[in-house]
Design a protein around this ligand. Structure first.
Ligand SMILES: Nc1ncnc2c1ncn2[C@@H]1O[C@H](COP(=O)(O)OP(=O)(O)OP(=O)(O)O)[C@@H](O)[C@H]1O
Length: 328
């Protein structure tokens, strides 16, 4: 195989994952029902939603692992239904239960994948060594995978993605069952992938983790994407507020100044010299400048970031009983 993923990279402005009206039916039931998606290169994109909402089915369609009933989908410019091998070569997939050969060592497992990819022996050895090192597995490289904990298997999955030089990493519940330290390390590694320009799709129920590492998230419900965007945007939509910034400062006409800051939707005067601002973004630097502009003195500035947990909970609480609400 002589294909070099680096030579075929899609230009940055073209979404690396594009779907329109994507649908998957089992019998007469649509489990993914007309979803639209555009994911940019280098984005960390979260897929959230209750069990059975259609996240894994969407991922499987992306990878050419399940049929697309109707709609369009392209991954790195390829149609996964017609060109699954081209997609597979460029996309790393870490399913919930990673399938490695238990009787082989970590190195041997990666060597097996490397051979399937058609990598020459020297190149294979170089990439394996580098990938194991990046995943923190160098010391256990010659241990059989049967002896690995779940955390180590997950890292080996990441090592495989690194070795493949995948342009997209698709991670399905990667941190479930990991202890807090292993989780932190794993999230750190996802951050490193992003820093290299790799696009990451993360399906997870761990809302705090999703919030920490994702640029945008999508909320699936009954086969639809019902919400999509950056957390502050979703907070404005669902909670009616994004960031809440509190300012304690003296200064004449400060409340009026604060209200003029772009992105501020509301300013409440809590008491003399104490203000609570609701904003679409973190406006603390602007608030500090506003205090200086009125020749005031700043005593305290704090921000409450919107939480994905609160958005998720409120969204489902606000649904009318048995009601369907599916506009992204
Ligand atoms: N092969 C299949 N045949 C019939 N129905 C299926 C099949 N695979 C999935 N489904 C159904 O499709 C729906 C969506 O499943 P999917 O696995 O995509 O959900 P999910 O959002 O990934 O859930 P989870 O959070 O539990 O992983 C579920 O109702 C599931 O039962």
């Amino acid at each position: 195989m002589s294909e070099q993923p680096t030579e075929t990279r899609t230009p940055p402005q073209v979404p690396v994952i594009h779907a329109r009206g994507l649908t998957r039916c089992y019998g007469d039931r649509a489990v993914v029902d007309g979803i639209d998606l555009d994911i940019a290169r280098g984005e960390v994109f979260g897929l959230l939603g209750p069990n059975g909402a259609g996240k894994t089915t969407t991922i499987l369609m992306m990878l050419g692992l399940t049929e697309i009933s109707s709609g369009e989908m392209s991954v790195l410019g390829f149609n996964p239904a017609r060109e699954p091998l081209k997609v597979k070569r460029r996309v790393g997939y870490l399913p919930d239960a990673v399938g490695f050969y238990d009787q082989l060592t970590a190195t041997e497992n990666l060597a097996y994948t490397g051979k399937l990819m058609g990598l020459a022996r020297a190149e294979r050895a170089r990439r394996i060594e580098q990938a194991l090192w990046r995943a923190g597995l160098t010391e256990v490289a010659s241990k059989r995978v049967a002896t690995f904990s779940r955390g180590m298997r997950q890292r080996l999955g990441l090592a495989e993605i690194i070795m493949k030089r995948a342009e997209i990493a698709v991670l399905d519940e990667p941190t479930s069952g990991l202890d807090p330290q292993a989780t932190q390390e794993f999230l750190g590694m996802i951050g490193e992938l992003k820093a290299e320009g790799i696009t990451v799709l993360l399906s997870s129920h761990m809302l705090d983790q999703v919030q920490r590492i994702c640029d945008r998230v999508s909320l699936f419900r009954a086969g639809h994407i019902v919400l999509m965007g950056a957390v502050p945007e979703l907070a404005v939509k669902v909670l009616g507020a994004g960031f809440v910034v509190e300012v304690e400062a003296e200064g004449l006409g400060l409340a009026r100044r604060l209200a003029m800051i772009p992105g501020v939707t509301h300013v409440e005067t809590l008491s003399v010299n104490r203000f609570r601002m609701t904003a679409e973004r973190d406006v603390r630097p602007d608030a500090a400048r506003a205090v200086v502009a009125v020749d005031g003195s700043l005593r305290r500035l704090s921000v409450d970031e919107p939480s994905l947990e609160a958005i998720y909970t409120r969204y489902f609480q606000d649904l009318p009983a048995g009601g369907a609400r599916h506009a992204a």
